[in-house]
Write a protein that binds this ligand. Structure first.
Ligand code: NIG
Ligand code: FE
Length: 389
């Protein structure tokens, strides 16, 4: 297999403290050797070994491809009207999901797949090389299973979210819907997914329902992750930690006990600033979580309702401006943090043996992601060793 060296990288984020300076393992004047789909060597440009091919980064910065550990991309339609109403003063509620459920059910498989692929490409152009995505806009056995089938054709990180809201078909009997989600729907969906998720929130599922659904999923080999404490305080975060969920996502309204639980457990706190931006809500307090010792990931939550951005650089900039993170912390959370939330050690870092996923920036350092918000800095992307952008 041909080897390639990327030389003349002004500043390389490895996320491996043994390879460079600080928690980001920064190396100045760096080079990376790619062999097949893996990183083979990382070090000073002047010491790079001979390879078949050579790419000159011309003084650009490099970092691991972003790991977007939370998105909802199997959907059809659009919620511009709802966004407009919100920006005129209306508040966000879980009920808007029903609009997308109706459009998604009416769409063909081909239309859903084309929309998913379009958004994955859009994310890739902005440096995202791994993307988790969920069902949750079908809410019937067939529609949830087809969403997961379509997602699984394009990413390994697929999440069963039959418990997004109670299906409108079961509005009068939520208990029967929970039975469906933990019964026939789980049977149809489990083979296509790695994760099980619940929207634990007023207007969606309460703590007891969420526990039932996550436990049933876990019994089928799916690993829990939870939409927790987004719109209100509630039991989601503590349930996530208690069940050993990989991550508790949103974490916007946290008590001290919630913060302590996250700091004391293995559950990653995944913060989704695009959602607070697009719903004009209070920002999650990343500083409080980091100071307590919790592991924090950043992700887009890309979906047509609460957060229609696929841009990890935008989320990094928001997290630095409004959530108390330093640029270094935000870049770590958008790469290594996402990998931790997906329990992956082969992504989110640039080190020998890791998958060769990296982005070059038209900037001398990763700090520019926050320093130059809204500027399309990502100029090249390798994914699994292949130059994609
Ligand atoms: O993560 N919180 C629940 N689900 C999505 C919103 C989905 C929608 O509004 O369509 C979220 O924000
Ligand atoms: Fe979400």
């Amino acid at each position: 297999m041909a080897t390639t060296v990327i030389t003349n990288i002004s500043s390389l984020v490895t996320n491996d403290p043994s390879l460079g300076e600080g928690p980001l393992g920064l190396i100045q004047d760096a080079a990376v050797v790619v062999d097949g789909d893996r990183v083979a060597w990382v070090g000073a440009s002047s010491k790079a070994p001979a390879t078949d091919n050579r790419v000159d980064a011309e003084g650009r910065a490099a970092l691991p491809g972003f790991v977007d550990s939370h998105s909802h991309l199997v959907f059809a339609g659009d919620r511009t009207a709802e966004f407009n109403a919100r920006m005129s003063g209306q508040s966000y509620s879980a009920g808007g999901i029903r609009t997308t459920v109706a459009a998604t059910r009416a769409a063909t498989d081909e239309a859903l797949e084309a929309n998913l692929v379009r958004h994955i490409r859009e994310a890739l152009r902005q440096g995202t090389t791994t993307l988790e995505t969920k069902s949750g806009y079908g809410l019937t056995v067939e529609d949830e299973a087809r969403a997961l089938r379509i997602a699984a054709a394009h990413t390994d990180e697929v999440t069963y979210l039959g418990a997004h809201i109670v299906s409108p078909d079961y509005a009068d009997d939520p208990a029967a819907y929970v039975e469906l989600v933990t019964g026939a729907m789980l049977d149809a969906c489990a083979p296509h997914a790695r994760w099980v998720d619940v929207f634990c929130e007023r207007g969606a599922f309460d703590g007891d329902q969420a526990r039932t659904i996550l436990t049933a999923g876990a019994a089928r080999g799916l690993i829990p992750r939870v939409h927790a404490n987004q719109l209100t305080y509630g039991p989601g975060v503590q349930l996530a930690v208690e069940l050993g969920a990989a991550s508790a996502d949103h974490c916007t309204h946290l008590t001290d006990a919630d913060v302590d639980a996250l700091a004391g457990g293995d559950t990653v706190a995944t913060l989704l600033p695009g959602a607070e931006f697009s719903t004009r809500a209070q920002w999650p307090d990343a500083r409080r979580l980091l100071d307590a010792g919790a592991t924090v990931a950043l992700s887009t939550d890309c979906n047509p309702g609460s957060s229609y951005t696929s841009s990890m650089p935008f989320c990094v900039a928001l997290a630095v401006r409004d959530m108390g993170m330093t640029p270094d912390e935000a870049v770590w959370s958008a790469t290594a943090g996402g990998a931790a939330a997906l329990r992956r050690d082969d992504i989110g870092r640039i080190a020998p043996g890791a998958l060769a996923d990296l982005a070059l920036l038209d900037a001398p350092s990763h700090v520019h992601l926050a320093y130059r918000p809204g500027v399309p800095l990502v100029s090249a992307v390798w994914r699994r060793g292949v130059r994609e952008v």
